[in-house]
Ligand binder design. Structure first.
Ligand code: ADP
Length: 163
Protein backbone atom coordinates (compact mmCIF):
# COMPACT_ATOMS: atom_id res chain seq x y z
CA UNK A 1 0.00 0.00 0.00
CA UNK A 2 1.39 3.42 -0.97
CA UNK A 3 1.07 5.87 1.90
CA UNK A 4 2.03 9.54 1.66
CA UNK A 5 2.18 12.32 4.21
CA UNK A 6 1.51 15.96 3.30
CA UNK A 7 3.02 18.03 6.12
CA UNK A 8 2.70 21.77 6.59
CA UNK A 9 2.00 24.65 8.89
CA UNK A 10 -1.41 25.10 7.21
CA UNK A 11 -1.90 28.34 9.17
CA UNK A 12 -4.52 28.29 7.62
CA UNK A 13 -5.08 25.69 4.86
CA UNK A 14 -5.72 27.43 1.50
CA UNK A 15 -7.17 26.30 -1.83
CA UNK A 16 -3.54 26.04 -3.03
CA UNK A 17 -2.98 23.40 -0.35
CA UNK A 18 -6.27 21.75 -1.32
CA UNK A 19 -5.12 21.41 -4.91
CA UNK A 20 -1.94 19.59 -3.79
CA UNK A 21 -3.94 17.40 -1.39
CA UNK A 22 -6.43 16.34 -4.08
CA UNK A 23 -3.63 15.49 -6.50
CA UNK A 24 -1.94 13.40 -3.80
CA UNK A 25 -5.19 11.66 -2.87
CA UNK A 26 -5.51 10.58 -6.50
CA UNK A 27 -2.01 9.13 -6.54
CA UNK A 28 -1.64 7.40 -3.17
CA UNK A 29 -3.73 4.73 -1.44
CA UNK A 30 -3.77 6.76 1.77
CA UNK A 31 -2.66 10.35 2.44
CA UNK A 32 -2.07 11.81 5.88
CA UNK A 33 -2.35 15.59 5.91
CA UNK A 34 -0.46 16.60 9.03
CA UNK A 35 -0.13 19.89 10.88
CA UNK A 36 3.38 20.71 11.98
CA UNK A 37 3.32 21.62 15.66
CA UNK A 38 6.11 24.18 15.69
CA UNK A 39 5.71 26.88 18.34
CA UNK A 40 8.84 28.65 17.01
CA UNK A 41 6.70 29.80 14.04
CA UNK A 42 4.14 31.42 16.45
CA UNK A 43 1.13 30.29 14.45
CA UNK A 44 -2.15 32.22 14.55
CA UNK A 45 -4.23 29.04 14.71
CA UNK A 46 -3.72 26.37 17.35
CA UNK A 47 -2.90 22.83 16.23
CA UNK A 48 -6.41 21.76 17.36
CA UNK A 49 -8.08 24.50 15.28
CA UNK A 50 -6.00 23.58 12.24
CA UNK A 51 -6.79 19.86 12.57
CA UNK A 52 -10.51 20.70 12.99
CA UNK A 53 -10.38 22.75 9.78
CA UNK A 54 -8.68 19.84 8.00
CA UNK A 55 -11.38 17.44 9.21
CA UNK A 56 -14.08 19.73 7.80
CA UNK A 57 -12.27 19.86 4.44
CA UNK A 58 -11.83 16.06 4.28
CA UNK A 59 -15.52 15.60 5.08
CA UNK A 60 -16.90 18.23 2.74
CA UNK A 61 -14.60 17.32 -0.18
CA UNK A 62 -15.38 13.59 0.33
CA UNK A 63 -11.67 12.71 0.46
CA UNK A 64 -12.17 9.11 1.62
CA UNK A 65 -8.50 8.10 1.62
CA UNK A 66 -7.26 11.19 3.48
CA UNK A 67 -6.64 11.29 7.26
CA UNK A 68 -5.73 14.30 9.39
CA UNK A 69 -3.00 14.39 12.01
CA UNK A 70 -0.32 16.47 13.67
CA UNK A 71 3.28 15.94 14.68
CA UNK A 72 5.88 17.76 16.73
CA UNK A 73 9.21 16.05 16.15
CA UNK A 74 11.03 15.02 12.99
CA UNK A 75 8.87 14.49 9.94
CA UNK A 76 10.74 11.27 9.04
CA UNK A 77 9.87 9.84 12.49
CA UNK A 78 6.20 10.70 12.01
CA UNK A 79 6.29 9.13 8.54
CA UNK A 80 7.76 5.94 9.99
CA UNK A 81 5.16 5.87 12.75
CA UNK A 82 2.25 6.00 10.27
CA UNK A 83 3.94 3.74 7.70
CA UNK A 84 4.36 6.43 5.02
CA UNK A 85 7.08 5.89 2.40
CA UNK A 86 6.48 9.23 0.64
CA UNK A 87 6.43 12.88 1.64
CA UNK A 88 4.27 15.28 -0.37
CA UNK A 89 5.05 18.96 -0.95
CA UNK A 90 3.84 21.72 -3.25
CA UNK A 91 6.06 24.02 -5.30
CA UNK A 92 5.09 27.56 -6.19
CA UNK A 93 8.18 29.48 -7.21
CA UNK A 94 11.94 29.42 -7.29
CA UNK A 95 12.04 30.37 -3.61
CA UNK A 96 9.99 27.26 -2.70
CA UNK A 97 12.39 25.15 -4.77
CA UNK A 98 15.50 26.27 -2.89
CA UNK A 99 13.91 25.60 0.47
CA UNK A 100 12.49 22.23 -0.60
CA UNK A 101 15.83 21.22 -2.09
CA UNK A 102 17.51 21.68 1.30
CA UNK A 103 14.75 19.95 3.26
CA UNK A 104 14.88 16.97 0.88
CA UNK A 105 18.62 16.60 1.45
CA UNK A 106 18.11 16.67 5.23
CA UNK A 107 15.27 14.13 5.12
CA UNK A 108 17.30 11.76 2.91
CA UNK A 109 20.18 12.04 5.35
CA UNK A 110 17.85 11.17 8.24
CA UNK A 111 16.07 8.36 6.38
CA UNK A 112 17.61 7.23 3.07
CA UNK A 113 14.44 5.25 2.30
CA UNK A 114 12.15 8.27 2.21
CA UNK A 115 11.21 10.00 -1.07
CA UNK A 116 9.41 13.28 -1.66
CA UNK A 117 6.83 13.84 -4.38
CA UNK A 118 6.23 17.44 -5.51
CA UNK A 119 3.20 18.92 -7.17
CA UNK A 120 3.57 22.17 -9.06
CA UNK A 121 1.13 24.80 -7.88
CA UNK A 122 -1.84 25.48 -10.09
CA UNK A 123 -0.83 28.78 -11.80
CA UNK A 124 -4.09 30.29 -10.53
CA UNK A 125 -2.86 29.71 -6.95
CA UNK A 126 0.82 30.42 -7.40
CA UNK A 127 0.53 33.74 -5.53
CA UNK A 128 -1.43 32.22 -2.66
CA UNK A 129 0.08 31.62 0.78
CA UNK A 130 -1.28 31.23 4.30
CA UNK A 131 0.41 34.48 5.25
CA UNK A 132 -1.38 36.53 2.60
CA UNK A 133 -4.71 34.93 3.59
CA UNK A 134 -4.01 35.97 7.20
CA UNK A 135 -3.06 39.51 6.20
CA UNK A 136 -6.08 39.98 3.94
CA UNK A 137 -8.44 38.55 6.58
CA UNK A 138 -6.98 40.59 9.43
CA UNK A 139 -7.32 43.78 7.38
CA UNK A 140 -10.94 43.07 6.56
CA UNK A 141 -10.48 42.07 2.91
CA UNK A 142 -12.34 39.19 1.31
CA UNK A 143 -10.76 35.74 1.61
CA UNK A 144 -13.64 34.12 -0.26
CA UNK A 145 -12.27 31.74 -2.88
CA UNK A 146 -8.83 31.66 -1.24
CA UNK A 147 -9.73 29.08 1.43
CA UNK A 148 -11.94 25.99 1.17
CA UNK A 149 -15.56 27.12 1.36
CA UNK A 150 -16.36 24.95 4.40
CA UNK A 151 -13.93 27.04 6.50
CA UNK A 152 -14.63 30.43 4.93
CA UNK A 153 -17.10 31.84 7.50
CA UNK A 154 -15.10 30.52 10.44
CA UNK A 155 -11.85 32.00 9.09
CA UNK A 156 -13.42 35.33 8.19
CA UNK A 157 -14.65 35.83 11.73
CA UNK A 158 -11.60 34.38 13.42
CA UNK A 159 -9.16 36.56 11.42
CA UNK A 160 -11.23 39.71 11.88
CA UNK A 161 -11.00 39.15 15.66
CA UNK A 162 -7.24 38.60 15.35
CA UNK A 163 -6.18 42.09 14.29
P1 ADP B 1 5.51 24.95 5.61
O1 ADP B 1 5.64 25.86 6.79
O2 ADP B 1 5.81 23.52 5.91
O3 ADP B 1 6.16 25.41 4.33
P2 ADP B 1 2.94 25.65 4.43
O4 ADP B 1 1.62 25.45 5.09
O5 ADP B 1 3.36 27.04 4.14
O6 ADP B 1 3.94 24.89 5.39
O7 ADP B 1 3.01 24.84 3.08
C1 ADP B 1 2.91 23.42 3.03
C2 ADP B 1 3.26 22.95 1.64
O8 ADP B 1 2.30 23.40 0.70
C3 ADP B 1 4.61 23.43 1.13
O9 ADP B 1 5.19 22.40 0.34
C4 ADP B 1 4.26 24.61 0.27
O10 ADP B 1 5.22 24.84 -0.75
C5 ADP B 1 2.94 24.12 -0.33
N1 ADP B 1 2.09 25.24 -0.74
C6 ADP B 1 1.77 26.35 -0.03
N2 ADP B 1 0.94 27.17 -0.73
C7 ADP B 1 0.73 26.54 -1.92
C8 ADP B 1 -0.01 26.88 -3.12
N3 ADP B 1 -0.67 28.04 -3.22
N4 ADP B 1 0.00 26.00 -4.14
C9 ADP B 1 0.70 24.85 -4.05
N5 ADP B 1 1.43 24.47 -2.98
C10 ADP B 1 1.45 25.31 -1.93
Amino acid sequence: MKIGVYPGSFDPFTIGHLDVLKNAAGLFDVVYVAVLNNSAKSPVFSVEERVEMLDRIIESEGLKNVRSGSFGGLLVDYAKQIGAQYLIRGLRAITDFEYEFQIDAVNRHLDPGIRTVYFMANPAHSFLSSSNVREIGEMGGSIEGLVPHCNYHYLRERLARQK
